[in-house]
Design a protein around this ligand. Structure first.
Ligand code: CDP
Length: 684
C-alpha cells in the first residue's frame, strides 16, 4: 500500500509542533490526519508527559479510527489506544492515545478545566464546524495562554479556511499537506431529477453495466433513503442477466449503523466484485472508504436547523455547499482517475450552492453550550462576547439564556445557580438534567432515570404494520385504569418496566417490535446515569428504589411533575375549541400533537389542557413530539417566572435587547390565558 501523504512530512510536522503551541494542518481527506498524526506525536515522545486527545465530531469516527490505530500499533483497543463517546468509555490507565467526541472533551474540561492529563490536543475534522468543536476552538485559545509550555494544540481539516483559523490563533503556522488526488471527471445532469432515489439508482446501474471495475460511492440524504436504495439496488442487480457484469455487493453507511456493520466498508471488495457504498455525508470527510472510483452525488444533505425565534427544529433536506460537492467528487480520485456523476446542472453548482456549509453554531439551540460556558470556572466570560470563530446570532444566545432561566439553571441576573451547576455535570440536554434533579427532590428519580435513558438511547417505539398488534401494544403500555394515556414519556417508562419484568429478555424486545440494540443501550445508559447521579448527588438519592409502579402513584404524578419542571420552557396549552395547542412562553405559536404520540383524549374527545413536549419539529406542520400531560398548578409557577424575566438582566446587562418590548407583552399574555383555562377546569 502506498505511504500515506502525511507520513512523508513527519519531520516537518514534528519540527513545527515542537516550535509552536498551536499548528493548523490542512490535508486532503485520506491523507492520514486522523490515523497518523497521533502516532507521529506518540513516536516523538509527546505521550511521556501526558496523553494525546484526538477529538471527532462524530461518534462513529471516534470508534472506527481508534480501532484502526490500535490495530496499526498492534495493541488491544482500550489499552494503549482507546476511545470515549457519550455513555461509552473504552480507555484504561494505559491509554495514551484517546479518540473522543468533541462533546466528551468539553465534559472532561468541567472536572479538569486545564485538561492537564493531555500533552497534546488534536481537534480533528475542524472543517465540519460542529457546535462543540467551535466551542473547543474558543477554549483552546484560552487554555494555550495558560499552558503554553506544556500543551500542544493541533487543528486539522480537509477544507478549512486555514488563514482564518490561523488569525484566530494569533497567526499560528498552517501546514498544507499536498494531496495526491488523481483527476476526477465531473459529469453534470442537464436538470434536477424529480425522483432523486430513482435517478441515483439508474446511474449506479449504468456505471455497473458500462464502466470498468472500481467501487461506487453514492451520497444520499438519510437512513430511510439509504435503506430504500440498498434494497432496490440489490434487487435490480440480481435481476441483471447472469454473466453480463461482475458481481456486486451493496453496503449502507450512516451514523446510526451498528458498529459491526460500519466496519464492513473498510474491508476491500472480494476479487471480481464491485462494492456500492450508499452513504450520508459521513463519507465526505469523516470516514475514508478506499477503492472508490465512481461517485454519485445527489447534491443534497439532511440538515437539522434550529430557529431561535420559534424554538423549533426542522430536519430539512438542503442543497450541499460547493465545498461539500468538491469533497464528494474528491472521493473518486484517491487511487486512480475517477468520475463523479453530479445529479444537478453545472449552473446549480455555480449559482445556487453556498460557498461553504453554515456552521452548526449558527443553526442549533445553544442552551446546553451556554450552560456549559457558564459552569466552567471562567468567571470573566461574558457569554455574549465569548471568542467564537464565527459568533452565533445574539437572538440564539438570548434564546438560550431564557431557556436556562425558565428551568432554574441561571438566576434573573444570568448567574449560574446550584441547580445549573448540578445540571451541567450530567451528560444530558438541559431539560432532561433538570428533570432528574427535580425527580430526586420529589422521590421519583428511578423512574425519571428510566425515561431519560430511553430518550437518550433514542429508543423508537416503531409503528407496527399490523394494526391489531399496535392496538394491543398501546393498551398494554399506555392505557391506564382511568382510560387516559399520560403520554409518550410514560409509555417509554412502561415499556422499560415491562422489559424489566421480562428479565431483560431480548426476545421480548423482538416480540414487541423494539430494537434489541437500543433497548440494551438504554439499560446501559441508565446504569451509567445512575452512577453519575450518585457521584454528584448532594442530598439523599432514590436511584435504587424499586422501579415498578407504586400503588400510590398510579397516575405518575411525581414523574409528570418533574418532567413539567424540566421542560419548563417547552409547555403548551390546548386551544379552547379543538385539540390544537399553542406553546406557552416568550414565544407563542400554534402546534399539533405529532401523530406518533400515544397521548390520549378523554371520553369527551379532549386532549389534556396542558402538556410538555420533548421537541418541536417542523415537518408538514409544526408538531410537538414526545409529550406528557401536566397540571395547571405545576405550570403556574413557571408562568410567574416568565412574567419576571428580563433579558437585559439575564444577559448580564450587556446591551439592550431590541425586541424586549414584544417579549414582555407575550409573557404577560400567557399567564392570563392559563388562569382563564384553570377557571374553566374548576367550573366544570
Ligand atoms: O484523516 P484523513 O482523512 O486525512 O485520513 P485517515 O482517516 O487517517 O485515513 C488514512 C487511511 O486509513 C485511509 O486509507 C483509510 O481508508 C484508512 N482507514 C481505515 O482503514 N480504517 C479506519 N477506520 C480509518 C482509516
Amino acid at each position: 500500500m502506498a505511504v500515506l501523504p502525511i507520513l512523508q512530512f513527519e519531520d516537518k510536522i514534528a519540527e513545527t509542533v515542537a516550535e509552536n503551541p498551536v499548528v493548523v494542518i490542512i490535508g486532503e481527506t485520506g491523507s492520514g490526519k486522523s490515523t497518523q498524526l497521533s502516532q507521529i506525536l506518540h513516536r516523538r515522545g509527546y505521550t511521556r508527559s501526558g496523553a494525546i486527545a484526538v477529538t471527532q465530531p462524530r461518534r462513529v469516527a471516534a470508534v472506527t479510527v481508534a480501532r484502526r490505530v490500535a490495530f496499526e500499533l498492534g495493541s488491544r483497543l482500550g489499552e494503549e489506544v482507546g476511545y470515549a463517546i457519550r455513555f461509552e468509555d473504552r480507555t484504561s490507565d494505559k491509554t495514551c492515545i484517546k479518540y473522543l467526541t468533541d462533546g466528551c472533551l468539553l465534559r472532561e474540561s468541567l472536572s479538569n478545566p486545564e485538561l492537564n492529563q493531555y500533552s497534546v490536543i488534536i481537534l480533528d475534522e475542524a472543517h465540519e464546524r460542529s457546535l462543540n468543536t467551535d466551542i473547543l476552538l474558543g477554549l483552546m485559545k484560552r487554555l494555550i495562554n495558560r499552558r503554553s509550555s506544556n500543551l500542544k494544540v493541533l487543528i486539522t481539516s480537509a477544507t478549512l479556511d486555514g488563514v482564518k483559523v490561523s488569525k484566530f490563533f494569533s497567526g499560528c503556522p498552517v501546514l498544507n499537506i499536498p494531496g495526491t488526488l488523481f483527476p476526477v471527471e465531473k459529469l453534470y445532469s442537464t436538470e434536477r431529477p424529480t425522483n432523486y432515489v430513482e435517478c441515483c439508482m439508474k446511474t449506479a446501474l449504468d456505471v455497473h453495466v458500462h464502466e470498468p471495475p472500481g467501487d461506487v460511492l453514492i451520497f444520499m440524504t438519510g437512513q430511510d433513503d439509504i435503506d430504500k436504495m440498498v434494497f432496490k439496488l440489490e434487487e435490480r442487480i440480481q435481476n441483471l442477466e447472469e454473466g453480463s457484469c461482475m458481481d456486486a455487493v451493496v453496503f449502507p453507511l450512516h451514523g446510526s449503523l451498528p458498529p459491526e456493520l460500519q466496519i464492513r466498508v473498510f474491508s476491500p471488495a472480494p476479487p471480481n466484485c464491485r462494492r456500492f457504498i450508499v452513504a450520508t455525508n459521513i463519507a465526505e470527510t469523516s470516514l475514508t472508504v478506499d477503492g472508490v472510483v465512481y461517485v454519485i452525488d445527489s447534491g443534497f444533505v439532511k440538515q437539522r436547523q434550529y430557529n431561535p425565534s420559534t424554538g423549533m427544529y426542522s430536519l430539512d433536506i438542503v442543497q450541499i455547499s460547493r465545498v461539500q460537492a468538491d469533497q464528494r467528487a474528491g472521493r473518486a480520485g484517491r487511487t486512480r482517475p475517477g468520475k463523479c456523476y453530479r445529479l444537478y446542472p453545472r449552473t446549480v453548482y455555480d449559482e445556487e450552492f453556498l460557498d461553504a456549509t453554515i456552521p452548526e453554531i449558527q443553526r442549533s439551540s445553544l442552551a446546553g453550550s451556554v450552560l456549559y460556558l457558564k459552569s466552567i470556572s471562567l468567571s470573566d466570560i461574558d457569554i455574549l462576547k465569548f471568542d467564537f470563530l464565527d459568533p452565533p446570532s445574539r437572538e440564539s444566545l438570548e434564546d438560550a439564556l431564557r431557556q436556562l432561566y425558565l428551568i432554574d439553571a441561571i438566576d434573573e441576573n444570568g448567574e449560574i445557580t446550584e441547580i445549573g451547576k448540578a445540571m451541567a455535570e450530567l451528560p444530558l440536554e438541559p431539560s432532561l438534567s433538570r428533570t432528574l434533579i427535580e425527580a430526586n427532590e420529589l422521590g421519583c428519580l428511578s423512574q425519571a432515570l428510566t425515561v431519560t435513558s430511553m430518550l437518550s438511547a433514542e429508543v423508537a417505539i416503531r409503528p407496527t404494520h399490523s394494526k391489531i398488534k399496535e392496538k394491543k401494544r398501546k393498551q398494554s403500555f399506555s392505557k391506564l385504569p382511568d382510560g387516559s394515556g399520560w403520554g409518550d414519556h410514560i409509555q417509554l417508562l412502561q415499556v422499560y418496566e415491562s422489559w424489566d419484568r421480562a428479565d431483560y429478555d431480548p426476545n421480548w424486545c423482538t416480540d414487541n417490535d423494539l430494537q434489541v440494540r437500543s433497548m440494551m443501550f438504554s439499560k446501559d445508559v441508565r446504569k451509567q446515569l445512575s452512577q453519575i447521579v450518585q457521584k454528584i448527588g448532594k442530598g439523599p438519592l432514590d436511584v435504587e428504589s424499586a422501579m415498578r409502579l407504586k400503588k400510590s402513584d398510579k397516575d405518575y404524578k411525581k414523574l409528570r411533575r418533574a418532567l413539567c419542571r424540566g421542560y419548563g420552557n417547552q409547555l403548551a396549552e390546548r386551544m379552547l375549541l379543538h385539540n390544537g395547542y399553542h406553546t406557552l412562553g416568550y414565544r407563542s405559536q400554534l402546534v399539533q400533537v405529532h401523530p406518533s404520540s400515544v397521548l390520549e383524549a378523554d371520553e369527551d374527545g379532549q386532549l389534556p389542557d396542558y402538556v410538555v413536549y420533548h421537541e418541536l419539529i417542523n415537518t408538514s406542520r409544526p408538531f410537538m413530539r414526545n409529550l406528557c400531560a401536566v397540571e395547571i398548578s405545576w405550570v403556574q409557577p413557571i408562568l410567574k417566572k416568565l412574567e419576571k424575566m428580563n433579558i437585559d438582566k439575564l444577559s448580564g446587562g450587556s446591551g439592550a435587547s431590541e425586541n424586549n418590548e414584544t417579549i414582555e407583552n407575550e409573557t404577560i399574555s400567557s399567564p392570563k390565558q392559563a388562569v382563564d383555562a384553570s377557571a374553566k377546569v374548576m367550573a366544570l
